[in-house]
Design a protein around this ligand. Structure first.
Ligand code: ADP
Ligand code: MG
Length: 251
């Protein structure tokens, strides 16, 4: 039987799939490029080793991306174990080299953060998209804050969620742009720079997990984009996860 992803990939235009993969690959190349630049300037052995580890991580993610594309037409996968807070902080740290050297990045991950009901690699690519956008919107002295916090039960029925926010002090957006950012192919960037696919991809990913995305932006002040995911229930995170679509095996 075909997986849901393969079916939807077959239904969608292959052109669209290609563009979204190219978009992810481009972002990944920015991480690799940034890491190599750091490596060229770094002579301290420990620091160089840390950069090598990041480079290895970026290459592995590229391999996962192509593997999943071959297996079922997209990065999405059906069975996932969820992302643990440790995996999240490693992923967020790995984003640093993709930012311009004069952008400051702060990380605030709540202690006791619940595991997030999302695949760690997909989450990485989503955060990479958000950080690259934030970086592009800030000038020298730019600040990007990535935070993650539990959202406990609330009176409106939502709760047991985890909110991951990427906030910047960049250009912000006009009302008109705010209304269109999630449209596929909507971009305010020059041809060849922007694809307009980033936020559309991120939104589709969050919604596939049963979560949602929130946008706050003020022109001249900055932007915050919040991804709200269900947490992994305790009974699930305690049990080993079987992956029906295991896609890291070599065959
Ligand atoms: P792209 O980055 O290729 O343009 P995206 O879907 O990632 O496509 O973003 C669409 C548009 O949303 C961008 O062109 C930009 O105008 C706006 N945008 C996204 N993130 C930010 C941000 N952090 N600050 C200001 N504008 C943003
Ligand atoms: Mg983008």
């Amino acid at each position: 039987a075909l997986s849901a992803h393969l079916e939807s990939a077959r239904r969608g235009s292959s052109d669209e799939v290609t563009k979204s993969v190219v978009h992810d690959m481009n972002n990944l190349l920015a991480v690799i490029d940034g890491s190599l630049r750091l490596l060229e300037r770094q002579s301290d052995a420990d620091a160089r080793n840390a950069i090598f580890t990041r480079l290895r991580g970026a290459v592995d993610r590229g391999a996962i991306l192509t593997r999943r594309l071959l297996d079922h037409g997209s990065l999405a996968r059906r069975g996932y174990a969820g992302t643990t807070p440790t995996q999240l902080s490693v992923a967020v740290e790995a984003l640093r080299p993709s930012l311009s050297p004069d952008t400051l990045m702060e990380i605030e991950i709540e202690s006791g953060l619940w595991p997030v009901k999302a695949d760690p690699d997909e989450l990485y690519f989503a955060l990479l998209n958000l950080c690259r956008n934030a970086d592009a919107a800030t000038r020298k002295g730019g600040l990007i804050v990535i935070s993650a916090a539990n959202v406990s039960a609330r009176s409106d029925g939502y709760g047991g969620m985890v909110a991951i926010t990427v906030r910047d002090n960049g250009s912000g957006m006009t009302e008109e742009v705010m209304g269109r950012v999630f449209e596929p192919y909507f971009t305010t960037k020059e041809v060849g720079v922007g694809t307009g696919l980033g936020l559309a991809q991120v939104r589709a990913f969050v919604e596939r997990q049963g979560g949602w995305i929130q946008l706050q932006s003020e022109l001249g002040v900055g932007t915050a984009i919040q991804l709200i995911f269900p947490r992994v229930p305790d009974e699930e995170s305690a049990a080993p996860v079987l992956e029906p679509n295991s896609d890291v095996s070599c065959s």
